[in-house]
Write a protein that binds this ligand. Structure first.
Ligand code: UD1
Ligand code: UDP
Length: 370
């Protein structure tokens, strides 16, 4: 099951790895279409063709619409297809609806990127609740890190049902980077400082997003060598603030969301990254890019602990201070740039498939199908 941009990126390695073993796995990709344009360009890059596309997206959709439309469409498909397993990824509303529909049909659920927690149900909203509820519906749990595993154990999930795999997003990144490097091994480096920005979280809609724009403008005033690359999420709630606030500035490039390969190039070409994205926080350390996180809490503490990432919230003063340090303090910059990625080694999908294959041959006594 998938429906949004990050789910496509992080499920693609699992689907592609399973396709190498047609005698072991038959995979159907079910898309809710929670995202439309942003999903299709991701699917295209990885060559994924959904078996079913529910096409549920509406402009400015609310959470109840996403849940109800996904649940109903997935439920109909599961009733006829009766797969042995349903795989869901992460913490979107598609993820939760997919797990719930599978539970209603007594089909076991495997949760990829399980166990991430902030322990604050409104931050991120609604993702923290989505992942907790999904975790309690799942039979198998694939946390990316030991910290995520510990969260699951604290919630009473049996150790035997948990396998730490690394994050499949790192599989996708390394696969993509290798393809890009093979096509163009010499990257042209540009002078100046390039700041890549993305923002979309619901808790940052409205005033926090305005504050982020204020910070970006102050930084451009302070540093004439600074250029900003900001691919703007298609959510109207993001665009109604960012486009009028930052459009027209000669050193800001505002674009539509980039397809995955172009975004990986943008990350590789950036000096550092400012983001509220979960996936980008995980990817940046693999590319040696310091990442400033536009949130007050994170379910991904590993990059902070390793020194590759820093929480800066959306207060303009904090953002300006953190960026100023990165631009003016070479030693501080180097400390953040030279950190090994704590989120994976590019083998997560293979580990997931090994466990699924082994488990498939064991009975699941608590399920009486029919
Ligand atoms: C969703 C997920 C969030 C994830 C993010 C990744 C939920 C509740 N939120 O947030 O966890 O981090 O995706 O990007 O599951 N839109 C388009 N075209 C697209 C995609 C979106 O026009 O291709 C617009 C639509 O008006 C849509 C709005 O963006 O209603 C918001 O999309 P939605 O999926 O509800 O929320 P995201 O902020 O994208
Ligand atoms: N991404 C992309 N193009 C963009 C912005 C992000 O391909 O313009 C990728 C990014 O590399 C990461 C994923 O989308 O793999 C993250 O998605 P997003 O930030 O929307 O969601 P989150 O990870 O916060 O759930």
């Amino acid at each position: 099951m998938l429906g949004t941009r990050p789910e496509a990126v992080k499920m693609a390695p699992v689907v592609l790895a399973a396709a190498k073993h047609p005698l072991r796995f038959k995979v159907d990709v079910v898309s809710t279409g929670q995202h439309k344009e942003m999903l299709s360009s991701m699917l295209e890059w990885f060559g994924l063709r959904p078996t079913v596309s529910l096409d549920i997206m509406r402009a400015n959709q609310d959470l109840a619409h996403i849940t109800m439309a996904s649940l109903s469409g997935i439920n109909d498909w599961l009733k006829s297809a009766q797969p042995d397993w349903v795989l869901v990824q992460g913490d979107t509303t598609t993820t939760f609806a997919g797990a719930l529909a599978a539970f209603y049909n007594k089909i076991p659920v495997a949760h990829v990127e399980a166990g991430l927690r902030t322990h604050d149900r409104y931050s991120p909203y609604p993702e923290e609740a989505n992942r907790v509820m999904t975790g309690h519906l799942a039979h198998l749990h694939f946390p990316p890190t030991l910290g995520a595993r510990a969260n699951l154990l604290r919630e009473g999930i049996a150790d035997a049902d948990i396998t730490v795999t690394g994050n499949t997003g790192i599989d996708a990144l390394l696969w993509t980077k290798a393809k890009l490097d093979a096509a163009a091994p010499e990257r042209v480096s540009t002078s100046g400082v390039e700041m890549l920005v993305t923002a979309h979280r619901r808790e940052n809609h409205g005033e926090p997003m305005r504050q982020l724009c204020t910070a970006v403008l102050r930084l451009l005033d302070r540093f004439p060598e600074l250029r900003v690359n900001f691919p703007v999420h298609l959510s109207p709630k993001v665009r109604e603030v960012v486009l009028p606030a930052l459009g027209g500035h000669p050193r800001i490039r505002l674009t539509d969301p980039l397809d995955y390969a172009a975004f990986v190039e943008a990350m590789a070409g950036a000096t550092f990254i400012l983001t509220d994205s979960g996936g980008v926080q995980e990817e940046a350390p693999s590319l040696g890019k310091p990442v400033l996180v536009l949130r007050e809490s994170t379910e991904r503490p590993e990059a902070m602990e390793a020194g590759a990432a820093q929480l800066v919230g959306t207060d303009p003063e904090r953002i300006v201070a953190a960026v100023t340090r990165l631009i003016t303090d070479a030693a501080a910059f180097q400390r953040m740039a030279q950190v090994a990625n704590p989120y994976g080694d590019g083998q997560a999908a293979d580990r997931i498939l090994e466990v699924l294959f082994a488990r498939h041959r064991l009975p699941l006594p608590e399920l009486s199908r029919g």
